[in-house]
Design a protein around this ligand. Structure first.
Ligand SMILES: [Mg+2]
Length: 365
């Protein structure tokens, strides 16, 4: 089988849900890059990547100018070799960031071809360890919501079968963060997990002072308390407070995960395949985490269909995030959370094909 064509589509899709704000961003739209690999065998591979900040056009250009000339004429069975060649085609200016995001989209499309050739969904192709995947909800708990709205939404999620919800931290006065967590804990009771997420807004001193008090509310983890580039600060915080630390959604390399894990700076490894070099590097990070007996809980906003399948095939990946539910219908064969668990997709492939009608409506490039 040889790749004959590389097509791309860039979309900007509005979110059809209430205001989404964390300490860094207010999200109104999500951009998607769909990569399509056509082959001489008649199979078509679909990959994608995404961003809730604008600028994915740079990734589209990387696919068109750097990766497409390498991909065309190649046998996708040599995925790892091709990915390496693509990486070095622009590594001097793009070892991480949008070029890496672009390459992951191509890597998924090559995986999609492999799964379709085997006529298996990704999770069956990899070899499964579970037939459904537990979900927790991030589709609420936003920073600018009132305390009453936080509570109302958390109770609604619990009534839908979720037993774990995330609440955003990082308000101008951290004491207000603590009051909101206390109120949600009181409302949902002791049997519901509460995760918290600062989106990198705190200093180390704030992490120690206010993160140190989260244990009073039995918080499951403190996510991205500080900027992700500084492993040493996270290690110091992890050793100073009782609440476990979760990081990963803005970490782009397996080596960065290695440094976090080796330093004892992370307890929940939130490896996101769409930030890494696709599925192969995600599996390497998950194996690394397993060797330290650490759970992997992949960060997911729109890429849950990918991560649910990886979780189904990864023993130490026991939980997957659920977010941006209003975008579920944009995928061919969407999956859903029911009674707190994701079902697994059944069609062959990786499952990242965006519906043609969605592309037609929201295409910007
Ligand atoms: Mg987060």
């Amino acid at each position: 089988m040889k790749i004959t064509h590389v097509d791309t589509a860039l979309l900007r899709v509005p979110l059809q849900q209430r205001t989404i704000t964390d300490s860094q961003s207010t999200v109104t739209h999500v951009e998607f890059l769909q990569v399509v690999l056509k082959t001489d065998a008649g199979l078509t591979g679909y990959g994608m990547n995404w961003s809730y900040t604008p600028g994915l056009r740079t990734a589209q250009i990387a696919v068109q100018e750097n990766y497409a000339p390498i991909l065309i004429g190649k046998d996708p069975a040599f995925r790892k070799q091709i990915t390496k060649e693509c990486f070095f085609s622009n590594h001097f200016i793009g070892r991480v960031g949008s070029t890496r995001v672009a390459l992951a989209a191509c890597e998924y499309a090559m995986w999609d071809l492999a799964c379709k050739q085997a006529n298996l969904p990704l999770w069956r192709y990899l070899g499964a360890c579970r037939d459904k995947v537990k979900a927790y909800s991030t589709d609420g708990g936003w920073l600018t919501w009132s305390q009453d709205d936080l509570i109302r939404d958390a109770m609604n999620l619990v009534s839908r079968g979720f037993d774990a919800v995330k609440i955003k931290l990082g308000r101008p006065d951290p004491r207000e963060d603590l009051r909101r967590i206390a109120a949600v804990r009181k409302a949902v009771g002791d049997h519901i997990d509460i995760m918290t997420d600062v989106n990198c807004a705190w200093t180390l001193a704030q992490g120690k002072q206010y993160g140190g008090r989260l244990k009073d509310y039995d918080v499951k983890w403190l996510e991205e308390p500080m900027k992700p580039e500084d492993v040493t600060m996270h290690a110091e915080l992890a050793h100073a407070i009782e609440t476990p630390i979760a990081v990963g959604e803005t970490i782009f390399t397996r080596e960065a995960f290695r440094d976090y894990i080796a330093a004892g700076a992370v307890h929940y490894v939130q490896a996101d395949s769409t930030k890494l070099l696709g599925i192969d590097e995600w599996l390497e990070v998950a194996a690394l985490a397993a060797s330290y007996n650490l759970p992997v809980v992949p960060h997911t906003n729109v890429q849950h269909k990918l991560h649910v399948q990886l979780a189904a095939a990864t023993p130490n990946c026991v939980l997957v995030e659920n977010c941006y539910e209003s975008l579920n219908e944009m995928w061919e064969e969407p999956i859903y959370v029911k009674d707190g668990f994701y079902n697994l997709p059944q069609e062959p492939g990786v499952g990242l094909r965006i519906r043609d009608a969605v592309i037609a409506e929201h295409r910007i490039g």
